[in-house]
Design a protein around this ligand. Structure first.
Ligand SMILES: [Zn+2]
Length: 540
């Protein structure tokens, strides 16, 4: 075996903005997608799947903006999804055109169950369409990825034929999806090995994997695929995605980081090689996780591997004692390696604009002047209430600013009175989109309920609150409370976010944030994801 001159690495393909965004209620607007894409670039992902341009004008615009602003020559490859049709591929090519390194990802199903019930096409037809559409995509870009959807349940012999033809037509990456999250690790490993052994021109393409977590096996399946020759992993931050989600980026990356001696030989390296297995800057993991969680409104469970609130906490006395004596007694990795550093006290009441801007820059945030002004005002307000403003507080402020939708309705004032012998009563003053100031009041079962009822009396758009959560950004009684809510209107779910040291105010802001999103979608009158039903189970 000849050793490659440059060490081989695992390509990290992030689909948070495409597959992840298909999670119920995770809908992001264009600015939020750009914010996430910039952070993914800082994290060091090799490929960003930015969306499905044909799905909606909003998807198209997001892919185009990410291609222009994040897809720079030294930035990641920007990928757009397209079904195996000319129209989809043309639209993807157009949206991706500003990117320095554009990739079209096209897919067609290969399992009999999909062919018969969804696609209504014969195997022979698929054998012709796949190479034809790969070649068509190739006429726009050099970098073409092809996915046989539902590969996990496809007849292997047929799958080999489709892949051979797709590679011959110019596909440089072939992606093997376990679309329904059905396979076990050894089966998935065998599937990849079968492809490596039976597709004659497989050396001309990179083998990629995509999978869902219906049985909680996505990460385990991918790691088995790596052992059998897969070199690209399609994953999402916090594992968000369709149904039970995708394979979690942070788990894959840290498994290969912590256990690199185990994985090194499968990449043809000496066991003790310290060469990283991926291009990911692990120190950016925690920050990326928090950003995606707060922008999508999809909270991270406390016991989630790597990024959960408890992932590095030790409760039991025996463990605490052990860790104090020597960290590695109960810890297999260092919290610092994912960027979970202790709260650094960086700024206070007397810190000026320059210190504020400089620290934000160090944290990776570059704000336009107007955004900076707004964020600085909020920082000053916070510094008045809270002596020590930490990095996490700053991130909460900036992320909160980043996800403010146009304020069609604006909260001017909120007042609540409550107590153990009082009926919680709220008064609100709102400014309507026409500039009119309206006041109303309501009684509720608790202070937040009272505020929401008072707001409802003014805004008057029927909706159902389906999730409400408060998290504190840092420890201590003066911590910022971050409120994340999700509400339902018809079939659509809208998330809202608010951050304030007063959790009632944060709750009111989060509600206004979600209502403004809902109101904006009613104004534009277009469905947010007109075609997502059709691509709900996209393997690509
Ligand atoms: Zn998927």
């Amino acid at each position: 075996m000849n050793t490659p001159s440059k060490p081989e690495r695992i390509i990290i393909f992030d689909t948070t903005l495409r597959d992840g965004e298909q999670s119920p209620g995770a809908t992001l607007n264009v600015d939020e997608k750009l914010t996430i894409a910039r952070q993914l670039a800082r994290l060091g992902v090799d490929v960003i799947e930015a969306g499905f341009p044909f799905a909606s004008p909003g998807d198209f615009e997001a892919v185009q903006k990410i291609a222009a602003q994040v897809g720079t020559p030294d930035g990641p490859t920007i990928c757009g999804l397209a079904r195996a049709t000319k129209q989809d591929i043309e639209t993807a090519a157009k949206a991706l055109s500003p990117a320095a390194k554009p990739r079209i990802h096209t897919f067609i199903a290969t399992s009999d169950i999909h062919l018969e019930y969804k696609l209504r096409k014969s195997r022979q037809e698929v054998l012709e369409i796949a190479p034809e559409m790969v070649a068509y995509a190739k006429s726009f870009v050099d970098d073409v990825e092809f996915s046989p959807e539902d590969a996990g349940r496809s007849d292997p012999e047929f799958l080999y034929q489709v892949l051979e033809r797709a590679i011959a037509a110019g596909a440089t990456t072939i992606n093997i999806p376990d679309t329904v999250g059905y396979l076990t690790p050894s089966e998935f490993g065998a599937l990849i090995k079968g492809i490596k052994d039976n597709v004659p021109n497989i050396d001309q393409a990179i083998i990629s994997v995509h999978g869902h977590n219906d049985l909680g096996l996505a990460v385990a399946n991918f790691l088995e695929a790596v052992k059998n020759g897969a070199r690209q992993l399609e994953c999402t931050i916090n594992g968000i995605g369709e149904r039970a989600g995708n394979a979690a980026l942070e788990e894959l990356v840290m498994a290969m980081h912590v256990r690199r001696q185990f994985y090194n030989p499968f990449l043809g390296r000496p066991v003790d090689s310290e060469e990283p297995l991926t291009n990911i800057d692990t120190h950016q993991i925690y920050k990326t996780s928090r950003l995606v969680s707060s922008l999508t409104g999809m909270l991270v469970q406390p016991n989630k591997a790597i990024v959960g609130a408890n992932a590095f906490a030790h409760e039991s006395g025996i463990h605490q004692d052990g860790v104090l004596k020597h960290k590695l007694t109960y810890e297999i990795m260092d919290a610092q390696s994912i960027g979970l550093t202790d709260n650094q006290i960086v700024l206070g009441k007397h810190s000026g604009r320059n210190a504020f801007r400089t620290r934000l820059k160090e944290l990776g945030y570059e704000l336009a002047d107007q955004e900076l002004n707004r964020a600085f005002l909020r920082f000053k307000e916070l510094a008045d209430k809270k002596k020590e403003v930490t990095d996490w507080d700053l991130e909460a402020i900036v992320n909160d600013e980043a996800q403010q939708v146009p304020e069609l309705f604006r909260l001017e004032h909120v007042h609540v009175s409550c107590g153990d012998h009082a009926r919680p009563t709220a008064t609100v003053i709102l400014r309507t989109p026409d500039g009119e100031e309206l006041t109303d009041a309501a009684i509720g079962t608790g202070p937040v309920d009272a505020v929401y009822k008072a707001i409802n009396r003014v805004v008057d758009i029927p909706n159902q609150l389906i999730e409400f959560s408060v998290q504190s950004v840092t420890a201590g009684i003066d911590a910022i409370g971050e409120v994340t809510i999700r509400l339902k209107h018809g079939d659509h779910i809208f998330s809202g976010h608010g951050a304030n040291t007063d959790i009632i105010v944060a709750s009111a802001q989060a509600y206004m944030n979600a209502l403004n999103r809902l109101y904006a979608s009613l104004q534009t009158g277009r469905s947010l994801h007109p075609q997502h039903d059709e691509v709900a189970s996209v393997g690509g």
